[in-house]
Ligand binder design. Structure first.
Ligand code: FAD
Ligand code: SF4
Length: 531
């Protein structure tokens, strides 16, 4: 393999070229550092590799086997993890929300989970930066949380028929709603065209109207000199005799390589980052790297994401347009008398035919198959859908561990153990009723409630106390000062809105910190680390 830095120690090696890794690669290489980015998957070419085809585009997800466990085992793959340059952003839906100040203070406000070591104000300048950088489109006024707009680019117009159904239902019930803020262009930007509303965002967006790290941050990082190596699965983080991170080993086409670096950043997402830390255990760190607290892999979260489908007399055509174009956060904050704490966002959410059929075949009313399934599928055009993004509280027993089973490289596979808590279930029940009311107020009849989950967060949480967290608020591990973790795994709580704006704002903040501390970080004394 051709490598620019084969025999050299670079300033920074970044593992994973997804939402966070891309931001870090761009920021650090543009500040003059030598950067190598390694990603386990391919470098996609949108015009050649993306297709308007639900089945073939499953390959944008992480397809390697993971073992699942717990009372509510997760379905892993296309629905929650990306693989390849761009990571999850190649096939994400593009809903681009900020967390609210309350999300950083769950313990103080509601006596649950933990507070983050930072608040909304710490991230606000980085939300501004990221949203400007990718020209987020959205309403002039956003009624909830701390940021009320206007967004840089105007909100999308026209919307999809399903979004109009949602708006109609909300209005009948007095629920406020807006056009969703999106990482999707509503007018030309840089060298990219506006959205043509064909609705294949989860299949990769061939025209490049939807932001992804693949088409925005990685090309900029490469122009600034970063070396980006696809199809390179990192297998171990190496440490030196002083206990500091010294680089990584990785496998490309069956052959093992080493990349030495003065700073190692893991941005491999919620399952693979803890797996890599655990798989890097050595004599000095027998329970894995950065794991003196025992929190590596613990407290990971998903969002509850039940779908409610209602049938209408008129055609809705769920395949039309960007999947999410209308949204409400009227139920985001803890509601007095609701019987649970925290809250949820509701989206009018389109579905392509395969996703629709897979969903309704396993709805809460039981299995649907054979002729009944065929007949229902034939009525696809008459269904509308609302989806929730519900906060799930962290629990230390929801965790990523190493399974006994090995993968093709001989590494232990990840085991993902997950169970909903009582608060999570009550919150879901409330949201399901609300989604049904909206659809019925718009004239539909609820027929299917489909349990689902989305977005992973946590597993290497940040915190001020090294005994109960893995990294500080900049993603710097408490145990090894030149080892950083920066991806969705450092979340403390899951919030009730889509997380990627927060993932990228955190990455921009970490990049800023590394830039400012570079002299100190790169000249770390030769003193051994005491863990
Ligand atoms: C279908 C779908 C829809 C979504 N919709 C939304 C949405 O509308 N709004 C929103 O905010 N979020 C959405 N998300 C979530 C979003 O994709 C994630 O929050 C985001 O991508 C997480 O960023 P990350 O940097 O933590 O990880 P990722 O973007 O997943 O990047 C991790 C990268 O690491 C690489 N990697 C992993 N292990 C290794 C290894 N050992 N060696 C080398 N490379 C490795 C992977 O190949 C991957 O490219 C959606 C996700 C999916 C799957
Ligand atoms: S609807 Fe817009 S953003 Fe989605 S795939 Fe089509 S052009 Fe891309």
């Amino acid at each position: 393999m051709n490598r620019k830095y084969a025999n050299e120690e670079v300033d920074v090696v970044i593992v994973g070229a997804g939402a966070a890794g891309g931001v870090l690669a761009k920021e650090l290489s543009e500040s003059g550092m030598s950067v190598v980015v390694l990603d386990a998957g391919p470098m996609w070419d949108p015009q050649h590799d993306f297709a308007s085809d639900e089945l073939s585009m499953q390959r944008l997800g992480w397809e390697e086997t993971r073992l699942v466990d717990g009372r509510d085992p997760l379905t892993m793959g296309h629905n929650n993890s990306g693989r390849g340059i761009g990571g999850g952003t190649t096939h994400f839906t593009g809903v681009f929300l900020r967390f609210h100040d309350a999300d950083f203070r769950a313990r103080t406000l509601d006596g649950v989970a933990d507070d983050w070591p930072i608040g909304y104000d710490d991230l606000a300048p980085y939300y501004d930066k990221i949203e400007k950088e990718i020209a987020v489109s959205g309403p002039k006024h956003f009624p909830w949380g701390n940021f009320h707009g206007p967004y840089l680019y105007p909100e999308r117009d026209p919307l999809s028929p399903n979004a109009y159904v949602f708006q109609k239902g909300c209005e009948a019930l007095g629920i406020r709603h807006v056009v969703a803020p999106l990482a999707i262009l509503s007018a030309p930007f840089e060298d990219r065209p506006p959205c043509i509303n064909r609705g294949f965002c989860n299949q990769g967006c061939m025209p490049n109207a939807k932001f992804s790290t693949l088409i925005v941050h990685i090309p900029k990082a490469m122009r600034a000199g970063a070396e980006v190596l696809p199809n390179c699965m990192v297998t171990q983080v190496m440490t030196d005799k002083h206990g500091r991170a010294s680089g990584v080993t990785f496998v490309h086409e069956g052959k093992e390589y080493v990349q030495k670096a003065r700073l190692v950043i893991l941005s491999a997402y919620v399952v693979e980052t803890p797996r890599l830390l655990l798989n890097s255990a050595n004599g000095r760190y027998p329970s894995g790297l950065a794991n003196s607290s025992g929190w590596v892999g613990r407290g990971f979260m998903t969002h509850s994401s039940h779908d409610v489908y209602a049938k209408f007399a008129e055609e809705v055509r769920l395949y039309k347009g960007t999947p999410v174009l209308a949204t409400t956060q009227d139920f985001y904050e803890t509601m007095p008398d609701a019987g649970f704490v925290r809250g949820y966002t509701l989206h009018a959410h389109g579905a392509r035919p395969l996703a629709f059929v897979k969903g309704i075949a396993n709805s809460q009313t039981g299995l649907l198959w054979g002729e009944k399934l065929r007949q229902t599928a034939l009525d696809y055009n008459f269904y509308g859908r609302v989806t929730m993004v519900g906060e799930v509280l962290p629990h230390p027993d929801n965790r990523i561990t190493l399974a006994d089973e090995k993968d093709d490289l001989g590494l232990p596979r990840a085991k993902v153990t997950f169970s909903f808590g009582e608060n999570d279930r009550r919150l879901i029940d409330h949201a399901v009723v609300k989604m049904g009311q909206i659809l019925e107020a718009a004239g539909g009849k609820v027929e299917f409630v489909v349990p689902d989950t989305a977005h992973l967060m946590g597993g290497c949480r940040m915190g001020a106390n090294p005994d109960e967290s893995v990294v500080n608020s900049y993603g710097q591990t408490h145990d090894i000062p030149n080892l950083f973790i920066c991806d969705a795994s450092i979340f403390v709580t899951s919030g009730a809105g889509n997380p990627t704006n927060t993932v990228m704002a955190l990455a921009a903040r970490t990049a800023d910190y590394i830039r400012k501390q570079a002299a100190q970080l790169f000249s770390l004394s030769e003193k051994p680390i005491h863990v």
